[in-house]
Design a protein around this ligand. Structure first.
Ligand code: PNS
Length: 172
């Protein structure tokens, strides 16, 4: 592909970033000239996060430093306003399974209603990441599971520190 398509935002909570997120961002960076990863930093939204927005931004930045056309920013506004502020004409998100579809369908309609000029584009997750979610990873970390192949190694260490407890009841 020779010509790329302007700026896209890849939004999410990223609490924490998974290898599935990184795959979607890298694929978006291959298609668009510039990708701005938007880390949701709104305290009234959903439940409390394990990591602060600053920590989540740093995790992403350190994993994405080799991609020259990717920036990471926290935001606490409407997603469409964040997209506009960054000159983006597209919102790019990953779609893992049918279970994601209903939520994303609703988000797409809401965002489209507010900003019909900004397209929401969905990339299907790579097969090896269709099972992977930040919430699933947090649950595994709580019970001391090995997170190899799910999150970057440095994130796995920080998750275990934040949530982990010694693993008991192992079947030997
Ligand atoms: O994957 P997430 O963390 O549930 O997605 C977050 C986000 C912002 C992409 C999604 O909630 C969305 O599309 N929201 C649209 C409404 C909006 O702008 N909310 C404010 C977020 S600060």
């Amino acid at each position: 592909m020779d010509e790329k398509g302007g700026t896209a935002v890849c939004p999410g909570s990223y609490d924490p970033v998974t290898l599935g997120h990184l795959d979607i961002i890298a694929r978006a960076a291959h298609v668009f000239d510039r990708v701005v990863v938007g880390v949701v930093d709104h305290p009234v939204r959903k439940k409390k996060t394990v990591f602060t927005a600053e920590e989540r931004v740093v995790f992403l930045e350190s994993e994405l430093e080799d991609l020259g056309n990717v920036q990471v920013k926290a935001f606490d506004t409407l997603l469409v306003d964040f997209a506009r502020q960054n000159g983006a004409k597209a919102i790019v998100k990953g779609l893992r399974a049918i279970s994601d579809f209903e939520y994303e369908f609703e988000m797409n309609q809401l965002n489209r209603k507010m900003a019909p000029d900004i397209e929401s584009l969905y990339l299907f997750s790579a097969p090896e990441f269709t099972f992977l979610s930040s919430s699933g990873v947090k649950e595994l970390a709580t019970f001391g599971a090995d997170l190899t192949g799910m999150v970057p190694p440095s994130v796995a260490v920080r998750l275990q520190e934040a949530l982990g407890r010694p693993r008991t009841g192992k079947i030997t």
